[in-house]
Ligand binder design. Structure first.
Ligand code: TRP
Length: 326
């Protein structure tokens, strides 16, 4: 048995990845994949995707696209187990066992739940309420120390830690209390200047697949001001966040120019757009190659799922025994 510490993360299959996913989650996933002390499990969470309205005709394709994006970004099936959540049905089983320890009220108070209720008032389902419990199952199944995800997922991680504590207390299991692994880009603002970059908000995001022109157009659309100086508006702050992430050496200079009123926003925006494209271009090239190699993708997922299932079977069997079910 390997003594490596474990890492687990997942991304919902809402079409193709955007810059927020890349900076907030994938970069952390890559960093940990490169650390020989960790064994990594990275999945596409299709069961979470169906907690809100979705299209059954395109779900599989969306899932596949996220896997291909993962691979194009540098996730390596030789190093990490890459798989699809529903290929390991134990996740659902463990979530059910965990749900016996979680109150309805606790779930109703989560900010992520409240947001979704507002967004989809006609689709407030049991699956939506249970979302954090399924996520706790995803995580605790592999008993990981670290979970690379965006800062907005902290409330869900807290639920996972609570469940771990309760399980350990009541049933004598040995679930760890996993910590979030954060990256420099853990909070990526929306291009609209309000809230975070999100797939569900049109005009808020840059896709990993965007062309140079598309990126330039989108970055130019960030609401700034005609004149530099004074208080920074949310849009200007967003632009500076992108500058810090993609042009760290030039940011001080932009700031100085902003303060003395000489900053040309268009110039800064185009420099930022160019830097973003430069980082995305190799990923896009890689993607074109991987897209064609369906056998490589299929094999990566099959092997990843096999590795995941082996651990999942052990965890569920242990929980069933400790809970008095077998
Ligand atoms: N809720 C996460 C998100 O929206 C996705 C997710 C599901 C996840 N299960 C997970 C993330 C397990 C990390 C670990 O980003």
């Amino acid at each position: 048995m390997s003594m490596k510490k474990r890492v687990l993360s997942g991304i919902r299959a809402t079409g193709r990845l955007h810059l927020g996913n890349y900076l907030g989650a994938v970069k952390g996933m890559l960093e940990l994949q490169g650390d020989p002390n960790y064994e990594c499990f990275y999945m596409v969470v299709d069961l979470h995707t169906i907690t809100t309205p979705y299209d059954k005709e395109t779900l599989k394709e969306s899932v596949q696209n996220v896997v291909i994006d993962y691979l194009a970004c540098g996730l390596d099936p030789e190093k990490s187990a890459i798989f699809i959540q529903s290929m390991v049905p134990e996740h659902v089983e463990l979530a059910y066992y965990f749900s016996t320890l979680v109150s309805v009220a606790r779930m109703q108070h989560l900010p992520t739940y409240k947001e979704k209720v507002k967004q989809y008032p006609k689709n407030v389902t049991m699956a939506l309420l249970n979302y954090p419990v399924l996520m706790a199952s995803d995580i605790l199944m592999y008993k990981p120390q670290l979970v690379p995800v965006g800062v907005d997922q902290e409330p869900h991680l807290e639920v996972a830690r609570e469940i771990a504590r309760k399980m350990n207390q009541m049933y004598g299991t040995d679930f760890p209390e996993p910590k979030r692994f954060s990256t420099k880009g853990e909070y990526i603002p929306s291009l609209k200047g309000e809230g975070k970059m999100a797939k569900s908000v049109e005009g808020s995001y840059v896709n990993l697949a965007d062309t140079k022109d598309e990126i330039q157009k989108k970055i130019r659309s960030i609401p700034t001001a005609t004149k530099a100086g004074g208080e920074m508006t949310p849009g200007i702050k967003a632009l500076f966040t992108f500058a810090e992430l993609f042009l760290p050496k030039k940011t001080e200079d932009f700031k100085k120019k902003f303060n003395d009123g000489t900053l040309q926003f268009q110039e800064m925006k185009d420099a930022v757009a160019e830097a973003i494209y430069k980082e995305l271009q190799p990923i896009q090239e890689q993607r074109k190659k991987i897209e064609k190699d369906t056998e490589y993708v299929r094999k990566a997922i099959e092997e990843g799922a096999e590795k995941a299932r082996e651990i999942a079977r052990q965890t569920v069997s242990e929980v069933r025994k400790k809970m008095g079910l077998s």
